[in-house]
Structures are given as C-alpha cells and as structure tokens.
Design a protein around this ligand. Structure first.
Ligand SMILES: NC(=O)c1ccc[n+]([C@@H]2O[C@H](COP(=O)([O-])OP(=O)(O)OC[C@H]3O[C@@H](n4cnc5c(N)ncnc54)[C@H](O)[C@@H]3O)[C@@H](O)[C@H]2O)c1
Length: 342
C-alpha cells in the first residue's frame, strides 16, 4: 500500500485530491494519508477555483491528517510518496528536500522556475534513488497522446505544419508576479512547448514574440515559431489575458502528408486528404487522472518513468528559457543545444 502526502491544497492540490479519492475508490493500492497547506485551517471546508473545473464545489478534508507545515507532516507521518502542488517558485527547494528525506515525488509543472534548479531536482532524485516525475499532464491527455502515436507510427505520413493554442483569463494571486510564476510563457505556454518537444523532437531554433500587458506579471501572451531542419511550420500561441466570458481553450491543428488532425472543443477529428473525416474515440479520463495513475504504478511496480522523465521536463524548460531570450530581443532566433544536457 502506497502512502501519500499531498502538499498544497489550492487549485491543483484539489485536482490531485479528486483523483486520489477516485483511485482509492477504484481499489488501487494507495492511501492518501495527509494534506499540508500553509492555509489548511481556511481550506478545511473550501471551494475550488481554476481554469478547468475540479470535481466539486466544496471540499471537506477533515477525515485526513491535516498540517500547515511540511516538516511537521514528514516528521509525523509514515509516507512513501509526496505530491507537490504548491507555487512554481517553491518546487525546487521543497522537491529536493522531500527527495533527500527518501520519498518519491510527483511535482506539478513547470519543473522549476529555471533549468538550473530543475537540474538540481533531477540530481536530488538520483542521489536519493527515488522516483521523480513532473506533472506535464498533456503527455497523458488522450487527445495529445493520440497525436503523439499518430506522428510516431507515421500512419498519415510526415508532419508538414502545426499550430497549437492555449488561453484563458489570468489566474489569481502569486501568478500576477512574473518573478514567481514566470508569466504566461513559463506557466501556460510550457504545456504546448512540452508537447511539441515530445511529439516532434527538439527544434533547432525558436523565434518568439511576446507582450507584457500587465505590469510585473511577465509576458502575458506569446507566439513562438519552432524551427526544424525540414522547414515544417510549427507555431504555438498562448494568452492568459482572455478575460470576460472567454473561459478556457486548448486546441491544435496538425497537418500531415495524408491527413490533418484537429483538436477543438474537446474533440479530435481526423480529416484524411482523400476520404471523409471522422471523430476519434478517446478515453474520457483527464490527463491528471492518467498521470497520477501512471506515477503510482511506476512506484508500485518499480518501472522506469518513460513517458515523462524529469530530464525531459527540464529540457522543455530550457526551450522556454530560449523562447524568453528570443522574446526579449523581439523575435531574434535563438539556437537550442542539441542532445540532452541534463
Ligand atoms: N498541470 C496543470 O494543468 C496546472 C494547472 C494549474 C496550475 N499548475 C501548477 O500547479 C502549481 C500550483 O498552482 P495552483 O494553481 O494550485 O496554485 P494555488 O495558489 O491555487 O495553490 C497553491 C497552494 O499552495 C499553498 N502553499 C504555498 N506555499 C506552501 C508551503 N510552503 N507549504 C504548504 N503549502 C503551501 C498555498 O497556501 C495554496 O493553497 C503551480 O506550479 C502551477 O504552475 C498546473
């Protein structure tokens, strides 16, 4: 039985909590034991806020062991795994500490505020001989998993172009300080950068234009061209200043030699060049559920984390850093080191 402690009970903490409760009900060999949040008293009976709806409006967590201090939780509970769902600027410090104390760690994306810290986390996991996975959840999202498989097995030939989009209103609180959140580029756009790297491999260069709309929050919208040796036109845009009734949107359109694949309104449609289009039947489970299930099984069965290694999450962060440098120079192309540097 895998005993789990959850750190952070904000938007993502609640999202993870929903999935642990579901996995426990489904009979997985896990037990969520404890929850730690600085504001645990206020959050005991709280509601959820975020881009994607969590399972419920109100949360009663009083049947779990509750803490407002991480060390006190670790000193008092016998845990095997810790789930870190706290703000980005705390990931590296807390993950390294928790790994060094001997726990397996699932940590929310982005891996850290910068790639130097991300590499420290990879090293801490190696030193402690514990598993570390970063919640780059789109790698477990059925619509993106389908794209990965279709591109890898070349059923529609080679990719010739692709466009990815993600947008919403700006999240609240610490996100407004770009030095803590990394702005839209590090926080939101990283999802698409991660998918582009995962599906198409590391680009040779990036060229990014991005704009700061709100003082202090970092770049608030971004458009990046990912440059590959064969010249395929790959672009990703994100905007977290889509206020009013916009809501949340994530989409892609990828064109291949024999078909195009479009993900929109939560539906993946394939449009073959020479026959009628069709909707792809996909699992209705979210990437969050599937990512957590994958990680707990990798611990329970002691299998290697291949879908989302922490090294590859750091490589995605390095591409984001190159995009930031490009944006700082109004779209100058920035070359990426090839091969793994982690
Ligand atoms: N995978 C995704 O789709 C996705 C979506 C949203 C957020 N995220 C990521 O999840 C992380 C958390 O974001 P969020 O939206 O849940 O933030 P949030 O502000 O809603 O919640 C963070 C919680 O952490 C708590 N906290 C802060 N410092 C702490 C500490 N030292 N000890 C214990 N608790 C502490 C806060 O009290 C708060 O309740 C961020 O890194 C963010 O980028 C990922």
């Amino acid at each position: 039985m895998l005993k789990i402690g959850l750190i952070g009970f904000g938007f993502m903490g609640k999202m993870h909590f929903d999935n642990y409760e579901r996995l426990m009900k489904e009979g997985e060999s896990i037990q969520l034991i404890s929850i730690c949040d600085l504001q645990i008293e206020e959050l005991k009976n709280s509601s959820a806020e975020g881009n994607i709806a969590t399972e419920r409006d109100e949360y009663d967590i009083t049947s779990y062991k509750l803490y407002d201090d991480i060390d006190t939780m670790l000193d008092n509970e016998e845990l095997d795994m810790v789930d870190i769902a706290i703000p980005t600027y705390l990931h590296a410090e807390i993950a390294c500490k928790v790994l060094a104390r001997g726990y397996h760690v699932l940590c929310e994306k982005p891996v850290a505020g910068n790639s130097v810290d991300g590499r420290k986390m990879v090293e801490a996991a190696k030193q402690a001989d514990r598993k570390l996975m970063i919640g780059q959840c789109l790698r477990f999202w059925p619509a993106y998993e389908y794209l990965k498989e279709a591109v890898a097995d070349k059923r529609f030939g080679e990719v010739v172009s692709g466009s990815f989009f993600r947008g919403s209103a700006m999240p609240k609180g610490w996100y407004h300080d770009g030095s803590l959140s990394g702005g839209c580029l590090l926080d939101m756009h990283i999802h698409d950068t991660d998918i582009i790297q995962w599906v198409l491999g590391k680009p040779l260069k990036v060229s990014t234009i991005a704009k700061k709309v709100m003082p202090g929050s970092g770049y608030d919208n971004v458009s990046t061209n990912y440059i590959y040796a064969d010249g395929k036109a790959i672009n990703a845009q994100s905007d977290w200043r889509l206020e009013g009734d916009f809501g949340f949107e994530m989409t892609y359109r990828v064109n291949l030699e024999k078909a195009n694949i479009v993900f929109k309104d939560n539906i993946v449609k394939v449009n073959p060049n020479d026959s009628e289009g069709y909707v792809v039947e996909l699992s209705e489970d979210s990437g969050y559920y599937r990512e957590i299930k994958y990680f707990i099984h990798s611990i329970l069965e002691d299998t290697e984390i291949t879908v989302c290694s922490p090294e590859s999450a750091v490589e995605t962060l390095e591409i984001i850093e190159a995009e930031m440098r490009s944006a700082d120079q109004l779209g100058e192309t920035v070359e990426l080191r090839q091969g793994s540097v982690v």
